[in-house]
Design a protein around this ligand. Sequence first.
Ligand code: NA7
Length: 553
Amino acid sequence: MPDSSATPSPRRPGQPLDALIIGAGFSGMYMLHRLRDRLGLNALVVERGGDVGGTWYWNRYPGARCDSESHSYCFAFSEELWRGWDWSQRYPDHAEIRRYMNYVAERLDLRRDIRFGTNVTACAYDEAANLWRVTVEGGEVLAARYLITGVGCLSTANVPQLPGLEDFAGQWYHTGEWPHEGVDLGGKRVGQIGTGSTGIQAAPAIAAEAAHLTVFQRTANYSSPANNQPLSAERKAWMRDNWAEIRRVMHATTNGHPFTVEDRSVHDVSDRELKEILDAAWDFGGLQFRAGFRDVLLDETANAKLAAYLKNKILEIVQDPAKARLLADIDHPYAAKRPPIDSGYFETFNRDNVDLVDVRADPIERVTPGGIRLESGREIALDVIVFATGYDALTGPLLKLNISGAGGRTLAQEWAAGPRTYLGLQVAGFPNLFTVTGPGSPSVLCNLPVPIEQHVEWIADCIAHLRAEGVSRIEPSVAAVEAWGQEVKRAADATLLSRVPHSWYLGANVPGKPRVFMPYAGGMARYRAHCDQVAARGYEGFVLRREATSDAA
Ligand code: NA7
């Protein structure tokens, strides 16, 4: 690629790395390019999977597809990279995303500095040497000045501890750890637990293949059609030729999507106009269903109108009145939990081979060798259980790394009452550790490549600044972390997002996890401006130290 402007000098044996990056998904790949090819640093990526892809290396469940449109779910930092790739569908499926990431790895020549099949077991900050010492499975220890995590927000599977699971005579799988060779569901009785974005994508695909599908629903969910379709030659050409404009829109919007939110209130339009707008949005498909109005997530009564429309759609689509009632019995505002989009989810319940079980009314008691038994004593015979039960989001992947900072204080101790970060980028007491899309940043509330690019660029610029100024350590002040924590809370409380008690944004899906709203809900554009201002003011809120330190490994 033409934007390689620096070459790292060869590293002497035993010399520490400038930067160790964990994870070879979007974050780690771009971080490597930025540090190695732009700054000339000795950087290495370690990745537990066997290839690039990050979350998408593992997410191969039936129906797995991105809910962001393909032309926005990719790198936008280089027009040349952008123009060199053609997407085939409006929403890319998991295999196409992996093909894209392979294309990027080839074009940027990334693989030579990625060690695959390398699982990090511990990361410890060595204060005397001012180095991070990272232990990988097998016992090898790698040393680096900067440690950068690109471990994703949704990469630690949440498998509920159901009694009896170990005695189940069939097979069980979590959607996020789906076997790479696939699972033959033909002729099988499948039970799917979970009706989040994943379950809503998986159910139609599973029902089409399996003999029978039972969906276990705890919380009924909204969904609107994705309207996925192959991209026409004209549309592909438009995408290729409009890089600058698409990028501009993605950078200007709250959620990093390539569409803008209309500047009107639900209350500005008559009921008839509202129905026309929503009908058109329903037919058009996609996450922009919520983009017709500015106050959907701000005003309960505005939200209720969209919620009523969507519940009515469920009642219209699903023919069995009992199933329809259960599916439409939704207890939270629309889009206050991550809004799914689907390809025939509600229609799936019109098939003869699909049942719905309400596990809020009749909870799962245990797994038996032959299936799942409910508290009422009812037993559902199953050959396969699919856990579409989500993730230990945002903090889970970071805590799994067993990180300890200055004075041996662990990240688990630091975050015992919930994540505490400055801008989602750094943690006090953990110098020179950067977390791409960490808790406290917009992350999962956005089309992720956009916040990933912003974080990677900010971190690379920061490291360039530290090196130019002879600064050896950076970490946030405790006061800055406190103030940012309050800002994250304030931003969430200004919306309906923090009002849903059973949301994974709050950590509520993982037993024992502190209930703290984790992502920054103030919007990507505002967040970007804030980070830029922090840097422009000499890294305001960070403590920069210049003391001489040993470079010895
Ligand atoms: P989610 O959105 O966390 O959904 C998980 C689903 O599993 C949800 O319906 C949960 O019900 C349900 N669940 C979780 N644990 C249980 C137990 N123990 N019993 C019954 N049901 C359970 O995960 P997804 O994978 O769908 O989506 C995660 C993100 O990935 C998504 O937002 C995209 O960004 C990509 P609950 O609602 O908690 O009652």
